[in-house]
Design a protein around this ligand. Structure first.
Ligand code: NAP
Length: 254
């Protein structure tokens, strides 16, 4: 028998949450009382995803689940959403955070590197949005938060594939916002600047210094800086915010 607390409890699915920004988002949402489905791309990342899910369940008293699924694959993305719905009864919040880079100047960029980045970052976001859209409309509540990037807004030399995918995420988000708003489902894009994670670990100290110079706040961002915004966009209070692109970049794009 379910009690009232259980039936009203909110559930979130955060793609690519075994590491980096996604992990901080999963932690932030669990601390705020959401049941959370943690996701990684393959079996290889599953131990880390399970460890996080178990820790969140123990520390926050919420239900958690860890699922390996490649979001670029439509069937795996649909199965991921199904697994979360089965475990929690519903998905109220979808955070499309899974993302990859394969940088290179366009003249030398391999077709497969373009396809891989667009496949995960843009098509993966589409796949998961498609899988939750009808459910959210039916339950008359939903919060979709898609991870874009300042690079998707401004472009970046050496990242044509990544910038195209992240600009695509913005167009997808705005279209979803228009389609879903009347059913109390919002869709927003978050555009982080330079955040310290595995994705940005390859940069040299010199590159980091140069990057910091361009940031008004004079520091690189932390995953928690992004997670705090995602938590707000997922909340009831953010119900009248939809179709927006919000930068979390310490003023880098000013
Ligand atoms: P990260 O540290 O490299 O972590 C990426 C996460 O995505 C991992 O959990 C990874 O899982 C997962 N993932 C990758 N491909 C996937 C797939 N096909 N299916 C499911 N999960 C997949 O990256 P991050 O820096 O936290 O970035 C998170 C998001 O923020 C990305 O969308 C990125 O583009 C965006 N972003 C980051 C920055 C930044 O400065 N870091 C700036 C702007 C935007 P595995 O462990 O299985 O690989």
């Amino acid at each position: 028998m379910t009690n009232e607390t259980e039936t009203t409890r909110r559930a979130a699915l955060v793609t690519g949450s075994s590491r980096g920004i996604g992990r901080a988002v999963a932690q932030e949402l669990a601390r705020a009382g959401y049941d959370v489905c943690v996701n990684c791309s393959s079996e290889q990342g599953l131990p880390a995803a399970r460890e996080l899910a178990d820790a969140l369940a123990a520390d926050c008293g919420v239900r958690t689940l860890a699922v390996a699924a490649n979001v670029a694959d439509a069937q795996e993305a649909a199965a991921l959403v199904d697994a979360a719905c089965q475990e929690f009864g519903r998905v109220d919040v979808l955070v499309n955070n899974a993302g990859i880079t394969r940088d290179g100047l366009i003249a030398r960029m391999k077709e497969e590197d373009f396809d891989a980045v667009v496949g995960v970052n843009l098509k993966g976001t589409f796949n998961c949005c498609k899988a939750v859209a009808q459910r959210m409309m039916k339950q008359r509540f939903g919060r979709i938060v898609n991870m874009s990037s300042v690079v998707g807004v401004a472009g970046n030399a050496g990242q044509a594939n990544y910038a195209a995918s992240k600009a695509g995420v913005i167009g997808l988000t705005k279209s979803l916002a228009r389609e879903l708003a009347s059913r109390n489902v919002t869709a927003n894009a978050v555009a982080p600047g330079f955040i310290t994670t595995d994705m940005t670990a390859a940069l040299s100290d010199k590159q980091r210094e140069a990057m910091t110079e361009r940031i008004a706040a004079r520091r690189l961002g932390a995953p928690e800086d992004v997670a705090a915004l995602v938590r707000f966009l997922a909340s009831d209070e953010a119900g009248y915010i939809t179709g927006q692109v919000i930068c979390v970049d310490g003023g880098m794009s000013l």
